[in-house]
Design a protein around this ligand. Structure first.
Ligand code: AMP
Ligand code: MG
Length: 407
């Protein structure tokens, strides 16, 4: 049996990051940056007010209340009409540019409109301000969020919605990213039914392709659903070859173990450069990986829980690496075992599916989801995490175990 770490290292080695591409910002959400983003613009682009109120010379409100002339009003989106002189104020709205001459803003809450007065035949609007402000009060300086030339995001950064917002704020229209992968997924087996019809003797309903398509989408891949392929070598070869021509990776389930009808094994063994593994883990011992016309092929076992676990441990990290991710595995923490995780010694690491939650002691506590058979997907579907139980008799309640957080 191959230790899991060796199998993982072998697969990752064969799945380097893809060639980066320039993409429009709107298409780059969720992808990984391939080069540093350097801002060519200031954010904010000009000094502006953080509050609604009156732009003033702070010396004019050193003694309050102070009465000033309101020379005009300025809203966000408008440009200042004139600089401020002594004894003058400008009524200003949040986000509007600060007029020249002003060095602070008094909040509207500390103002009282006094109406108009006449002076030398000219009407002046007057305001009474009740608060002294220091220079700079309520002013957002040009560039105090982002400077020109500032390195904003490193290569390897995942483009989150907030980062998309920042890219928009600095007018980054295109970004260099690792492209989204297009991944083909298929199931194999004469017994599998997908159309909702009544089950004939020996038939079962297909579940893996449905699950794997969702897991691929969740991993950030575009999914090409190739459906269920019968246990027919010619048909399987045709489907696999067209997938290799059209996709960046192929994920299949079923047919990789030792049975007579394991046609995936027969066909890929003939047309691709494959490595057939028996990994020292449970579930998901059989696993195949190789290259078909330069395209990575992940041959997952057919038992649904094995399919899920080998996708998690083998396919997902490799696909993430191809998409430029630096963090490949699920986050791992040491958890407290609340109910015994019993197993037998068999030379394998067991990935037991557990339910977990953070408790008041600040620790993550886990208990097995119940049924741990490799065909019992319903129990596994309730798991939040997988406990990594080393070879031996298991971990009793109160002990510690490493877990991989699936959500
Ligand atoms: P195989 O790996 O093809 O020998 O299949 C192992 C077990 O998993 C058998 O019981 C299959 O019926 C079952 N199985 C294989 N593929 C699927 C699938 N796509 N959905 C549900 N069960 C499957
Ligand atoms: Mg089969």
């Amino acid at each position: 049996m191959t230790p899991l770490e060796d199998a993982q290292a072998f697969v990752l080695e064969s799945c380097p990051p893809r060639e980066p591409v320039m993409l429009a910002r709107e298409e780059a959400g969720g992808l990984v940056l391939a080069e540093v983003v350097v801002s060519t613009e200031l954010v904010p682009p000009f000094d502006n007010t953080a509050v609604d109120g009156y732009a003033v010379r702070s010396e004019d409100v050193a003694n309050v209340p102070a009465e000033l002339d309101v020379i005009y009003e300025i809203a966000a989106g408008a440009a200042p009409q004139a600089d401020l002189g002594p004894g003058q104020a400008v009524r200003i709205m949040t986000g509007a540019p600060l007029p020249g001459g002003a060095d602070a803003v008094v909040m509207v809450e500390y103002s009282e409109r006094l109406g108009e007065i006449e002076r030398n035949g000219v009407m002046f609007e007057r305001v009474r301000l009740g608060e002294s402000v220091r220079p700079g009060t309520a002013i957002r300086r040009a560039g105090d969020d982002v400077l020109v030339g500032e390195e904003l995001f490193e290569p390897g950064t995942i483009i989150t919605p907030a980062i998309e917002g920042v890219l928009a704020s600095v007018n980054a229209q295109h970004v260099k990213v690792y492209p989204r992968l297009r991944v083909a997924v298929l199931s194999t087996g004469d017994e599998l039914i997908t159309d909702g019809s009544p089950l004939a003797p020996g038939q079962i309903r297909e579940s893996n392709k449905t699950m794997l398509a969702g897991m691929l989408a969740e991993a950030g891949c575009d999914v090409v659903d190739l459906g269920v392929v019968r246990d027919d070598e010619a048909e399987l070869e045709r489907v696999l070859r067209s997938a290799a021509a059209d996709c960046d990776a192929i994920v299949s389930s079923g047919g990789v173990s030792m049975g007579d009808y394991d046609v995936v094994k027969a066909v890929l063994g003939r047309i691709a450069d494959m490595t057939w593994m028996q990994m020292a883990i449970k579930p998901a011992k059989p696993f195949a990986f190789g290259m078909l016309d330069g395209v990575p092929v992940f041959g997952l076992p057919g038992n649904p829980v094995s399919s899920m676990v080998s996708f998690e441990l083998m396919a997902r990290p490799a696909l993430r690496r191809m998409m430029g991710h630096r963090q490949l595995a699920r986050p791992s923490i040491v958890a407290i075992v609340d109910h015994d995780l019993i197993r037998n010694a068999d030379g394998k690491v067991h990935f037991m599916r557990v339910n977990g939650s953070f408790q008041e002691d600040g620790r993550y506590h886990v208990a097995p989801v119940g049924a741990q058979g490799s065909h019992q997907l319903a129990a596994t579907a309730n798991a939040d995490a997988m406990a990594v139980v080393p070879d031996g008799g298991g971990v009793v309640a109160g002990g510690e175990v490493a877990v991989l957080l699936l959500r």
